[in-house]
Design a protein around this ligand. Sequence first.
Ligand code: ZN
Length: 478
Amino acid sequence: MIPYTRVVTRTLRGLALFVGTLLGSACSPAPPSALPVPDHIVLVTIDTLRADHLSWQGYPLETTPFLSQFAADGVVFRNAFSASSHTAPSHASLFTGLHPYQHGVIENGGQLDSRFQTLAAVFRRAGYETAGFTGVGFLDGLRPGFETLTAVSATKEGPRGGYVVLGHAQRWLAERPRDAKFFLWVHFYDVHEWRHQLARYQNVREQFREGSEMDARETLAWVQTHHRVSASSFSESDLDPALSLLRYDSQILYVDRLVSYLSRTLERRFDGTTLWIVTSDHGEGLGSHDYLGHGRFLYQEQLHVPLLFHFTTEDSAPAPWRGRVVDETVRLVDLLGTLDEVVASRAPGDEPRKGIPPDGRSLVPLLLGQSDGPPRPPSFAQRRPVKTIWSEPKERLYSLHDHASKLIVSDSGREEFYDLIQDSGETSNLEGPSESRARLSEELRRRMQEMETSEDRDSNFHFDPRHEAELRALGYLE
Ligand SMILES: [Zn+2]
């Protein structure tokens, strides 16, 4: 196993920044106050990737030897959150800067209305070719803004492996000229499939086990302590819990390798700077809150996702965006405004955008380590619709949190409130009023009011019946 790469410490980063400031103007093509304008942007979404299963987030095993190098030399957002614990709504929020109740893709199979501004449209306007390759067919609903979108549908046997998705992406890249400018989105579904014993992951599973510093039982013990998992919570499945965890972790390693192959293809074929953004659409229960999967809850293990930015440049001059760790609470809805700023897609005086203005706030100051202004807004999330929730009680569920507190509210009036500093595992539901509870409550109720008065609400949901067979095969429809 490749040795576990630790993210550079803050002290070393500070020193690097200082040296960078001294040398930057002589060596770096970009002024220290700006990010490089990328020739290529590659967005990788690794479905169902719980943030705390990555070593740069504190996991004791190296699940991502390749991506850890990006993390060490890029910007890691340690506290990034999705807007839903469900695949299509979360991706649609990432692409639009809007929350699910605003863009209307509230469940898998939904189609994003072309009236919304999207990340792909931002890049197109800035002169980039836009292409996406996804590991499930139903993400085809996120087509607005893409010139090419290939959604690899699952078969009766389940989703096809990420190597199929990678193959499509590589064939598309092979047809581009060396000086091409493009935005490429690649979505991998392999980690999502950890509960199925698929033969295609057998080799990587054995390699992961051989290379790990802890065996499966020790890993399970660590996870039980750190993720507050009771041993019995794995018993809803007939799988051996230790082996289940091994499957989850080794399938992360599998995707890490696919991303390394993709990176090699880019390096060989294209000149210029590539901006990589690696994230996930939601986490996974893995036994926390006695739940293995995702979609049912809005606890942190469901919403906390990895987020890293990495610029692959032709030189390695010190720069503010190398080796930076950001602790602020940020959201995937912040990506649209961030990337719009990075590629400067809109010149002053351009027509304002159609539709609802994005809810996000640019991450550029955080990427550069500059002053970030007033506190960032808390992170909002909503659960998948009631009609597709198989658990009781059947109710709409919403959450809002900042770095310190979290409020979860249902439309039936039920509330949960957690102190995230003392109780990051959300095990102790606090009662009684507090200043932070009142603040979160006011904002959450404002959003719920907005939903009630919105003419769109659930009726804005456009289900594409072409995806019904796939959603049934994946267990999303009963
Ligand atoms: Zn997903």
